[in-house]
Design a binder for this molecule. Structure first.
Ligand code: NCD
Ligand code: ZN
Length: 346
């Protein structure tokens, strides 16, 4: 006896595809289920100009299987040298859909990010004028601030002042992980928030109890259980400000299982079945489509996808691959730690 659920094809509004051998391995994993994705620009060196975004987009398209129907939506990495005119031209051509703010030092390849927001004021003003969203990695990097508090402190000390000083700037709070993030995104104007698959599943005990689980380490780091529950309430609330950004962030196992392991969970392969499991647990399967396929497109001013994706629930648990292989080495697929009976119909 199986159950099915058919949705508009989903969009992943926060995705790391990397470059080279890793790109070749992970691009097909996202293209299998997703129609579009907002592509994060934190390569080495970062994708910082319109020309670099155009070249990266071409490399992504070249890495896709021939029959793939997948559109990469490009972003620019904001630096203190970003030229407002270049951003405006890249947006006007349709190439670039957002600019990403990484506070310098906040996460993987963020050292070229922003130290002083006043230095990027002209770019932000131009973006507010043309309606181009700013995607924010919302964590302060001040050494004194505890890593579990960095999101809440970012909201109070960076995000809220920025919004007050530039109310027309459209902002996406990326991968929110706290009840403070959920509450802040709930009401404000020109604001939305992405939520990842893994933050709906993990709390910090999963990361740390019984041994450290490097494949559950990501940034922002998983928080207390009450925060995970707040995220689950948010995604099933029907509020259109919350939408899926998987933050699927592949690193080879050698760099995850390491004395100083990289941050990132690789969820591209099994996100949709995991989300069906989560939404079913919450009694909210009827709200999954809005979260994965409607709210994000609406925020970015894109039409919803017309193609459909069908999920199937079977009595037998689905066997997801433990790893995918890449030319750079194996990459572990996120394992939720419980059986999942949903799969995407082939
Ligand atoms: C991301 C990565 O590896 O690029 N890592 C992560 O833990 N999420 C960067 C990011 O989005 O913070
Ligand atoms: Zn990310």
């Amino acid at each position: 006896m199986s159950q099915t659920l058919t949705l508009r094809r989903p969009d992943d509004m926060h995705l790391h595809l990397r470059d080279g051998a890793m790109l070749a391995a992970v691009a097909p994993e996202s293209a299998r289920d997703f129609a579009r994705a907002i592509i994060m620009p934190n390569l080495v060196p970062p994708v910082a100009t319109g020309a670099e975004a155009a070249a990266y987009r071409a490399r992504i398209l070249a890495a896709l299987p021939e029959d793939a129907a997948f559109e990469p939506l490009m972003t620019l990495y904001l630096t203190e040298a970003t030229d407002p005119a270049d951003v405006a031209a890249a947006a006007a051509s349709g190439l670039v859909k957002a600019v990403k703010l990484y506070p310098a030092g906040a996460t993987t390849n963020s050292h070229g990010g922003v130290r002083d927001l006043t230095k990027v004021r002209a770019v932000l003003e131009k973006m507010a004028e043309i309606g181009l969203p700013l995607c924010t990695h919302g964590e302060v990097t001040t050494p004194e601030v505890d890593i579990f508090d960095r999101e809440a402190v970012f909201i109070d000390t960076v995000l809220d002042p920025l919004r007050r000083s530039l109310p027309d700037l459209r902002i996406v709070m990326e991968h929110i992980t706290t009840e403070e993030g959920v509450a802040y995104a709930a009401e404000a104007k020109n604001l939305a928030a992405t939520i990842t698959t893994h933050h709906l599943i993990l709390n910090r005990n999963h990361l740390l109890v019984g041994g450290i689980r490097p494949h559950y380490y990501c940034l922002p780091v998983a928080k207390r259980e009450k925060h995970r529950l707040a995220l689950r309430r948010a995604v099933t609330s029907g509020n259109p400000r919350y939408f899926l950004g998987t933050d699927s962030a592949p690193h080879v196992d050698a760099l995850k299982e390491h004395a100083c392991g990289c941050a990132g969970c690789f969820t591209a392969t099994n996100t949709m079945p995991l989300l069906a499991h989560v939404f079913e647990e919450e009694g909210a399967l009827d709200r999954l489509e809005a979260f994965t396929s409607l709210n994000g497109a609406a925020f970015y001013g894109l039409p919803p996808n017309s193609a459909r994706l069908t999920l199937v629930k079977s009595a037998e648990p689905t066997a997801f691959p433990d790893k995918i292989t890449s030319g750079a080495g194996p990459v572990t697929v996120f394992n939720p730690g419980f059986p999942v009976h949903w799969r995407v119909a082939s």
